[in-house]
Structure formats: structure tokens, C-alpha cells
Design a binder for this molecule. Structure first.
Ligand code: C5P
Length: 221
């Protein structure tokens, strides 16, 4: 049976950085489900579809093909055959993803794809509903969080390192808004699964989180 590790948590908690490193060390496949929601959001933005237009979103979902491949350990998201990895990381796409991920049509499509991937391989999958909905039988479930201040500071440092100008207060406001949206939606809200281990990374660096995660995984499998 394949091993599934589910990592959930709010925006900017460090899930993808950690999951990617863990996957490399354990030789698992890393699945970034947020990138799939971002790719769908990017499609809606590119086609001028408003996030409130549920009817339109429901009807165009069938025209969207999301395919996941991996290259040198990196997940590649193909949107109707086009590699969109470089187009989906902006804050605007993340915010749109948070808005459109409330729709069941969008979620069902991606949850099916996520389950197929987990059936085929040992995966470390990160997102918001992995332990609760996508892979309820995952052998390891971790809920990774950090204070909104810490998460905003990390995002700020990341953007500064890329030479982008930004305002830390605006980043924190966005993060709080995104948490609110993700935690309060009707379908698959972000919450800690009952059998997930809570890990607060506010006072840990990347290596600290990584060794805690490895300890948790070792204990479970
Ligand atoms: O993790 P990331 O910031 O890339 O996710 C973007 C948005 O996609 C989240 O704010 C959330 O609304 C949505 N998402 C989701 N379920 C997941 C992964 C992401 O609803 N499993």
C-alpha cells in the first residue's frame, strides 16, 4: 500500500517549502494542491471570468484540463497543455484561488485528480483539506501553522529577496483575509483533522520544522 502524508495549514505556514524538502529526502512525490487551485484561478482570470460568476465557472470547468507531471522533483502544472508554473505564484492568483475554491465544481475536479495521484505513488501532499477530505486515510497527517505575523514576515522576506517591493501590513491583511475565507467556506473548510498532529512553526526555522516533521513521520510509519 502506498504511503500518504497529508500536510494542511493556512497560507504562508511554510507547507510547500517543507513538503518539497521532505519529499526529496524520503523519495516521495510532492503534490502541491494549492498550485492546482491557482492554475484554475489563472484560467478564470485570463478569460475575464469574475470570481462571483458561479454559473460561468460551473460551465467552463469542463473545458479546463489540469495535468500534473514531475521534473527533477519539481511539480509541473499543465493547464490545457501549457506549463503555468511561472504564471501562478503572484498574490493576485492566490487570492483568486481562495475565492473560486469555494465552488464544489472546482473542488470535485481537483480532488479526483489528487486522489488518483495518491493512489499511484507514495506522496507528500499539501493543501487545506488533505487530511480531512482528500486523503482521510493518510497514514500521517500534520497541521502546520504559524502566527499571521510570522507568516507575513516570511512572505515579505521572500518577496524582498526577489527584489519586489511590498508592504508587510498589506501582506498580513491579505493573509488574515485568506485564512478567513478558507476557514469559513461551506465546502471543505480549512481545519485540523481530528487525527492530525499540530505543529506551530512560529518559533522554528526550516531545519527545526523539518526535523519535527521527520520525527512525527517516523513515529507513524
Ligand atoms: O496553498 P496556496 O496558497 O497555493 O493555495 C491557494 C488557495 O487555494 C488557498 O488559499 C485555498 O483557498 C485554495 N486551496 C484549497 N484547497 C487546497 C489547496 C488550496 O482550497 N487543498
Amino acid at each position: 500500500m502506498n504511503i500518504n502524508v497529508a500536510i494542511d495549514g493556512p497560507a504562508g505556514a511554510g507547507k510547500s517549502t517543507i513538503a518539497k524538502r521532505l519529499a526529496a529526502e524520503l523519495s516521495y512525490i510532492y503534490v502541491d494542491t494549492g498550485a492546482m487551485y491557482r492554475a484554475m484561478a489563472y484560467y478564470f482570470m485570463k478569460n475575464g471570468i469574475d470570481s462571483t460568476d458561479k454559473e460561468k465557472i460551473d460551465s467552463v470547468c469542463k473545458d479546463i484540463d489540469i495535468t500534473i507531471t514531475h521534473k527533477n522533483g519539481e511539480q509541473v502544472v499543465l493547464l490545457n497543455g501549457e506549463n503555468v508554473n511561472g504564471l501562478i505564484r503572484q498574490e493576485a492568483v492566490g487570492n483568486m484561488a481562495s475565492k473560486v475554491s469555494v465552488y464544489p465544481t472546482v473542488r470535485t475536479k481537483l480532488v479526483d485528480l489528487q486522489r488518483q495521484l495518491a493512489k499511484k505513488e507514495n506522496v507528500i501532499m499539501d493543501g487545506r483539506d488533505i487530511g480531512t477530505v482528500v486523503l482521510p486515510d493518510a497514514q500521517v497527517k500534520i497541521y502546520l501553522t504559524a502566527s499571521s505575523k510570522t507568516r507575513a514576515q516570511r512572505r515579505f522576506d521572500e518577496l524582498c529577496a526577489k527584489g519586489l517591493e511590498c508592504d508587510i501590513d498589506v501582506i498580513e491583511k491579505d493573509i488574515i483575509e485568506r485564512d478567513k475565507q478558507d476557514m469559513n467556506r461551506e465546502v471543505s473548510p480549512l481545519r485540523q483533522a481530528e487525527d492530525a498532529v499540530l505543529l506551530d512553526s512560529s518559533n522554528l526555522d526550516i531545519d527545526g520544522v523539518l526535523s519535527e516533521m521527520k520525527r512525527i513521520i517516523d513515529e507513524k510509519i
